[in-house]
Design a protein around this ligand. Structure first.
Ligand code: 13P
Ligand code: SF4
Length: 297
């Protein structure tokens, strides 16, 4: 099936982009594997006729918004992000009424409709830099309250208000202090994603986006305990076979695991499922995403 997919990719002049949490057999076939920011930047630059995003819906929507003239497809129609579902346009409008002077910063793990209401978006790779770039003292930040706390810790001069207060990713919320203790016993360096709870962030040796984890392991210690979705560890083991990586077996994002080779083959054959969004939503969301890209990683 892999050969078939490669042939289809050439025939359709397609580019395949996969998130670091995608199953390894999908990552192997991808032209680009990366974190949310890396995928967004590469999707904007893509010149292929067909852009295939192996990940979840918000990633494919972001690609479409940044490159509206190309056909963007998501192989599994309803692969979503439960964290993104925490934030609705109404919640932002209500918060803006209460804090009219605040800037609205929206994590890319959000719907296009929500991004359209943001002043700027951010990813886990650039959240602190994005918020620091704003002159506003008060920032409405959603939907991840743990990432909001991370930004607050780095920028104590700002007031970061999480919208909604309890937005979280169930995969990262599952890490506990017992996991930190177990990692310490194994002598591993702990790297956690900023979606992990604040008490884990405080104990971790490093906090990084998934792309940051790839870069960090290239120069750092020999043994790592990786506090994020467990496929990240599969990727790190391929990249750095001489290092030791520990994963948490239960840390699985069910939606990320839904893309199979059969899905990818069918998606390329039928060019489905195409992302379509209203031009008005795309134009407004694009301003917020482009503003983030200008700030950088
Ligand atoms: P990254 O941008 O760090 O890859 O994170 C995306 C994500 O969904 C984390 O759960
Ligand atoms: Fe969303 Fe969490 Fe899955 Fe990332 S790991 S896509 S934040 S549910």
């Amino acid at each position: 099936m892999e050969e078939e997919i490669r042939a289809l990719k050439t025939r359709k002049n397609a580019v395949i982009m996969a998130h670091n949490y995608q199953p390894l057999e999908i990552q192997r076939l991808a032209d680009i594997v990366g974190d949310s920011l890396e995928i967004a930047v590469k999707a904007k630059e893509a010149r292929a006729d067909l852009i295939v995003i192996c990940g979840v819906r918000f990633m494919a929507e972001t690609a479409k918004i940044l490159n509206p003239g190309r056909k963007v497809i998501l192989p599994v129609k309803d692969a979503g992000c439960p964290l993104a579902d925490f934030l609705t346009p109404d919640l932002i409008r209500e918060a803006k009424e209460r804090y009219p002077d605040a800037a609205v910063v929206v994590y890319v793990n959000s719907t296009a409709e929500v991004k359209a209401l943001a002043d700027i978006t951010c990813t886990s790779a650039n959240a602190v830099r994005v918020v620091a770039s704003l002159s506003n003292d008060t920032i409405l930040f959603g939907p991840d309250a743990n990432l909001a706390a991370y930004v607050q810790r780095h920028l104590p001069e700002k007031t970061i208000i999480p919208v909604p207060p309890g937005g979280h990713c169930y995969v990262h919320a599952g890490f506990t202090l017992a996991d930190v203790e177990a990692a310490r016993k194994m002598g591993a360096t702990v790297v956690c994603h900023p979606e992990c709870p604040p008490e884990i962030q405080e104990q971790a040796d490093q906090i990084a986006s998934t792309g940051g984890m790839v870069r960090g392991a290239a120069v750092g210690d020999e043994s790592w305990s990786v506090f994020t979705e467990r496929e990240m560890v599969s990727r790190l083991r391929v990249l750095y076979p001489d290092r030791v990586f520990y994963e948490k077996r239960e840390a699985v994002c069910a939606d990320m695991k839904r893309t199979s080779l059969a899905d990818l083959q069918r998606a390329l054959e039928r060019e489905e499922y195409e992302i379509t969004l209203s031009p008005e939503i795309m134009d407004r969301a694009r301003q917020a995403i482009e503003r983030m890209i200008a700030v950088g990683a």
